[in-house]
Design a protein around this ligand. Structure first.
Ligand SMILES: [Zn+2]
Length: 510
């Protein structure tokens, strides 16, 4: 069957990673990052520095380059990771999506930019709901292609209602644009008549985030195994690590294989990769550094020039996983221990940033952290500070996941507290890009210790300064602690690794 000339393709998306233990995400959180309807989606996707993550721009660029097409922007809602989406707003997005899609019919194909770890205050599987509604509208024969973050929690409802499942393969996520381009190539093939079979296998393993790196480790090996087995029958292999803190029944390390019409090829490859992952199950337990040891390492780095400088990751307060980016455990300990030549970024504290702007450069004052923000972990703390630098927070990401993305951090201030320079921002964001220090005039190369509130994406941004052997993941309290036994889970499938003993699994019958 020849592909339709000038195909009409619906472009839409809903992308957020939700931490059930964090305060809810509202429409304002999406508006602050990306909320677009209609033609505006295409306009923004084609800008040199779009606000949205790069999958949609990659998809649009590849479609533009391939052949004439008629894109139809529907709705694209994208937010920084946060708490569960307020269900009323989710329903509003679904209404907008279905209304606009119905009005656009007939369409020849659909591209959906998903994250895969969304929850709402009432729904565990928002992506499944949306894909089902889209399938209802377009019917069984119109191809639907979706891209996913590798932290997606995957349900059968999601897999059954789309034609191709395309997940990121790198963590830090450096292949977002490439996966968008892959989605365009896959859609082209589906428009020409290829039909797919998808098979999903889920393991009873909910991997702590720090065990999901793709440079090395058990998860990297599963992804590599999948890629090494690509053959003409297989369209895509996605190994999804999932996002524990969504706390849903669909959580669990999952393998999703999309095959060109051959279900047995998809099933046997998915089973082989799942079996390999299961054999690695003892490697999905986190190993972190205690706060005391972290302080000693920072003191040693400051005093002994023969040692390499270190990056300390506050993995338990990662805004990229719904953390508030404002816990004080590490900053307070470093200041009290007299750590010097250190940088600390980025603390989310709008009132403090505003106060620093009111005072102006070089002003000395008592910095009151967390005078407003309220979670169990966001304790107030006060320290004498000097304003070193001020900035409006508008920047373009330089490296890693934010490279080329336009970002607005709101009013920012660099405060000197003891021997540490602390960057304070007004929009919550994970410290994954060196630009957040550099825009304040700070030279990262001169620091002996850099603390980042980020779980892993800082690795893709700060790799110019810190190799894997210079990274210290610190064990602290917080909304994104990799020590999963510290949370009150209510929806996770049990028993599950790493929470329970005597977890068993055997491959499903093919
Ligand atoms: Zn992710």
């Amino acid at each position: 069957m020849p592909a339709p000339a000038n195909p009409r393709i619906a472009v839409l998306g809903f992308s957020i990673e939700c931490n059930k233990f964090a305060p809810p995400a509202t429409k304002a959180h999406f508006a602050a990052r990306t909320y677009l309807e209609g033609e505006a989606i295409l306009d923004e996707a084609r800008r040199p520095t779009p606000t949205m993550l790069p999958e949609t721009p990659g998809f649009v660029a590849a479609m533009d380059a391939a052949a004439p097409w008629t894109p139809i922007g529907v709705v694209l809602a994208m937010s920084e990771p946060n708490g569960p989406v307020e269900h009323g707003f989710f329903e509003e997005v679904v209404d907008t999506m279905t209304g606009r899609l119905k009005a656009a019919m007939p369409v020849d194909g659909v591209y959906f930019c998903a994250h895969g770890a969304a929850i709402t205050t009432e729904e565990d599987d928002p992506e499944g709901v949306m894909f089902e509604r889209i399938r209802d509208i377009v019917g069984p024969d119109v191809p639907v292609v979706a891209t996913f973050d590798l932290h997606a929690n995957v349900s059968d409802r999601m897999v059954d209602n789309i034609d191709a499942f395309i997940g990121y393969r790198t963590n830090p996520h450096l292949d977002m644009r490439e996966r968008g381009k892959e989605a365009a190539a896959v859609l082209g093939e589906l428009l020409a008549g290829t039909r797919t079979e998808r098979v999903r296998i889920r393991l009873p393993i909910v991997p702590p985030t720090v065990t999901l790196l793709t440079a090395a480790g058990p998860y990297a090996e599963m992804i590599e195994l999948g890629q090494s087995k690509m053959n003409p029958a297989i369209m895509n292999v996605s190994v999804m690590g999932g996002f524990a803190y969504a706390d849903t029944p669909k959580n669990g390390l999952s393998v999703i294989v999309t095959a060109r019409g051959d279900r047995s090829a998809a099933a046997s490859l998915a089973a082989e990769i799942a079996q390999y992952g299961w054999e690695q199950r003892e490697r999905f337990y986190p190993k972190l550094t205690s706060l005391d040891d972290a302080v000693q390492k920072a003191l040693a780095a400051a005093h002994d020039p023969s040692l390499k400088p270190l990056a300390f990751a506050d993995v338990a307060d990662n805004p990229g996983g719904g953390g508030r980016g404002n816990t004080m455990y590490l900053l307070r300990a470093f200041v009290e221990a007299g750590v010097k030549r250190a940088l600390f970024g980025v603390i989310y504290d709008p009132p403090l940033a505003a106060e620093a702007h009111r005072h102006g450069l070089h002003y000395n004052f008592d910095a009151h952290f967390n005078r407003e923000e309220t979670t169990n972990f966001s304790e107030p703390w006060t320290a004498p500070a000097r304003v070193r630098a001020l900035h409006d927070g508008n920047c373009v990401g330089r490296r890693g996941i934010y490279a080329g993305t336009r970002l607005a951090l709101g009013p920012c201030a660099a405060l000197v507290i003891g021997g540490i320079t602390v960057v304070v921002v007004s929009h919550r964001v994970q410290c994954a890009d060196p630009i957040f220090f550099e825009m304040m005039g700070i030279d990262i190369g001169k620091a002996r210790a850099v603390v980042v509130k980020s779980r892993g994406h800082f690795r893709g941004g700060f790799d110019e300064f810190f190799g894997p052997d210079q990274i210290v993941e610190v064990d602290l309290p917080g909304l994104t602690s990799p020590m999963l036994s510290r949370f009150e889970w209510t929806r996770l499938p049990r028993p599950v690794i790493p929470l329970d003993d005597n977890v068993s699994w055997s491959p499903p019958a093919l």
